[in-house]
Design a protein around this ligand. Structure first.
Ligand code: IPE
Ligand code: IPE
Ligand code: MG
Length: 250
């Protein structure tokens, strides 16, 4: 992909968001409300993923990025963490061939070194299998943190320019974990909290933010359409005035 940045040049503002990034929050509360164990919410959440990925493909979205496990989620009870890992393995086992059949590319980004070898092997195999698919790219952020991403990119950038002390955005960006994707146009967080929780800190610079109280397992195609409709009503100025935008379109 050609490098594009919302800060070094004015990007285009596509009608249908090219890249949608989602914090899938509220699984635990969805389950608790039903007197179910938290894990039941995570299981139900996987179904919502399937549905929303399909909905995005049908709507012409090119990149969907899903926050599945943050670098801070290790702080949860060990039982919940190991269950989430098992769920990740079964989801990969069940879904990868379907993604492939639908021409969908799968990427997993984050500090994968903390995952066990079996899971790492499955991730690598799934990425390899779907690498040439072109309809939609689904990225799962697993053990991902925005600060981790920036720090690992800085490390690689410095190593790539030995002795240099002065760097540009263009030199950093190719080392970010999602360098293959444009910056998100639309960010969605379900579950009622209005925070970024160390998601894509660098890439969200000019992303339109959408928050909803709906818990992730209840997030439906209608909910997705409501988020896209909200996005379509925004004026994406990228630092310019509203008048400047009006001049451009008339
Ligand atoms: C999001 O749902 C899924 C993960 C973080 C893995 P939560 O598990 O955070 O659900 P709540 O926020 O406790 O309801
Ligand atoms: C953010 O949700 C991470 C994921 C959805 C994977 P959290 O539930 O972990 O976020 P906080 O702790 O409420 O900020
Ligand atoms: Mg949560």
């Amino acid at each position: 992909m050609k490098y594009s940045s919302s800060t070094t040049a004015v990007p285009d503002a596509p009608k249908v968001p090219r890249h949608v990034a989602i914090i899938m929050d509220g699984n635990g509360r969805w389950a608790t409300k039903r007197f179910l164990p938290r894990v039941a919410g995570h299981v139900k959440g996987v179904e919502a993923v399937r549905n929303i990925v399909e909905g995005c493909a049908l709507r012409g979205v090119e990149y969907v990025t899903l926050f599945a496990f943050s670098s801070e989620n290790w702080r949860r009870p060990e039982e919940e963490v190991s269950l989430l890992m098992r769920l990740f393995v079964t989801a990969l086992e069940r879904e990868v061939s379907k993604l492939h059949a639908n021409n969908i590319r799968l990427k997993v980004v984050g500090d994968l070194s903390r995952f066990d070898e079996k899971l790492r092997g499955m991730i690598a195999a799934a990425e390899r299998k779907t690498a040439n698919n072109t309809r939609l790219t689904v990225t799962i952020c697993a053990n991902y943190g925005g600060r981790w991403d920036i720090m690992q990119a800085v490390g690689k950038m410095v190593a790539a320019h030995p002795g240099a002390t002065d760097f540009s955005e263009e030199q950093l960006a190719p080392h970010l974990a999602m360098a293959y994707a444009p910056e998100p146009d639309l960010f969605i967080r379900t579950g009622g909290e209005e925070r970024i929780s160390n998601f894509l800190l660098w890439q969200l610079a000019y992303t339109e933010l959408f928050f909803t109280d709906t818990y992730w397992p209840d997030f439906s195609i209608e909910s997705l359409d409501a988020a896209i409709a909200s996005y379509q009503n925004r004026e994406r100025r990228f630092g310019r005035t509203g008048d400047q935008l009006a001049e451009k379109t008339t």
